[in-house]
Design a protein around this ligand. Structure first.
Ligand code: FMN
Length: 346
């Protein structure tokens, strides 16, 4: 196994076996105002949305997590089966492992066998800086073909890079690399954080490029510092074991990040609200703050590492909860969620 493959395997294993959540889930600080007279029927609630020109059955994205080592194929298959059944968007984890070792392509490419309306390819931002523009374009097209992607995701993961022993914290020139990629790639490019959030100031710089959307990937859910803390502990690396604890809760809470990015971009770019979404009620909270869809990672990783049945159950439950929450605030369609009452204590 290459170092990248081993790391992807360890990330999933640690996420499943240890508590890698932030100490506070900020969705608990966001409450939807109950509408005692919703004046709609629950079954009338329409969850369908258009995102990046594709029609989704519900405003939910299976967030990019894995691929790149043998066991990831089954996890992606279980997630893809649920994304097909409920017509959700789906991402895969960073495809760097398959660029380094093409034999791993099918651990990501397995999702091509499913009728998923919106698929995301994925690469870390440090990687595109290291590759340079021409190589990035070439590799991006390989990654897009690999999963038949509609949208290309550049993942900002500098928190992870900085707390990881072997991390590559190359951030200089990153905005320019994103700008050039968004101009020259044939598919839409979006920028995603992986758990530390995107501020209004950063969104203000990103909107000057041709990116097509933002996944805020905020704090409150999976903490990559926590994951790297446990990885360092496994190999007796005291320095990074400690760093992982220090930065465990670093980042902009997902609800604040949605609001900050929305205001900075004048709500002109689609926003995916990822980070700490545990169920359909959290997804409804993200929509009420202005997100166009909710992204879910860890809550789906656990069932997907078990089997297809558990994954389908989890997604069905999330969608039922989202429908229930929309009914209880009197929103018969997703676009109405922006107008419902919300109380925020962050
Ligand atoms: C095991 C694991 C691996 C991940 N790998 C990636 C990745 O390769 N690329 C990426 O953009 N995000 C990755 N993420 C981040 C998720 O997409 C998501 O942004 C983050 O986990 C926050 O969502 P959550 O709180 O629902 O888990 C990963 C998450 C987990 C749990």
């Amino acid at each position: 196994m290459t170092q990248t493959e081993t790391r992807k395997d360890e990330h999933v294993k640690i996420s499943l076996e240890s508590d890698v959540s932030s100490h506070h889930n900020y969705w608990d600080d966001v409450q939807l105002v109950h509408n005692a007279l919703p004046e709609i029927d629950k079954e009338e609630v329409d969850l369908k949305v258009d995102l990046f020109g594709k029609k989704l059955g519900a405003p939910v994205i299976v967030s990019g997590m894995t691929g790149g080592y043998s066991k990831a194929k089954k996890i992606n298959e279980n997630l893809a089966s649920a994304a097909e059944k409920f017509q959700l968007g789906m991402g895969v984890g960073s495809q760097r492992a398959a660029i380094e070792n093409p034999e791993l392509m099918d651990t990501y490419g397995v999702i091509r066998n499913y009728d998923i309306p919106l698929r995301f390819a994925n690469i870390g931002a440090s990687q595109i800086v290291l590759w340079g523009h021409e190589k990035t374009l070439e590799n991006a097209n390989i990654m897009i073909d690999m999963v038949d992607a509609d949208v290309f995701v550049v993942c900002l993961n500098f928190l992870q890079e900085v707390v990881q022993a072997e991390g590559e914290a190359h951030a200089k020139g990153c905005l320019n690399a994103i700008k050039n990629l968004a101009e020259d790639l044939d598919k839409p490019v979006i920028v995603k954080e992986s758990g530390a959030g995107i501020s209004g100031e950063v969104a203000g710089r990103l909107i000057k490029t041709r990116i097509a959307g933002v996944d805020v990937g905020g704090a409150g859910g999976t903490s990559f510092s926590a994951i790297e803390h446990y990885r360092a502990k496994m190999i007796g690396d005291k320095l990074h074991e400690r760093g992982g604890i220090t930065f465990w809760d670093w980042g902009i809470p997902t609800p604040s990040s949605i609001l900050g990015v929305g205001e900075a971009t004048d709500w002109k770019l689609p926003i995916i609200g990822t980070g700490g979404i545990r169920h359909g009620l959290d997804a409804a909270r993200a929509l009420a703050l202005g997100a166009n869809a909710a992204g879910i990672a860890h809550a789906l990783l656990t069932p997907a590492s078990r089997d297809e049945k558990s994954t389908l159950f989890e997604v069905e439950a999330i969608i039922k909860e989202l429908r229930a929450a929309m009914f209880l605030v009197g929103a018969e369609k997703v676009s109405k969620m922006k107008d419902v009452g919300v109380e925020i204590w962050i």
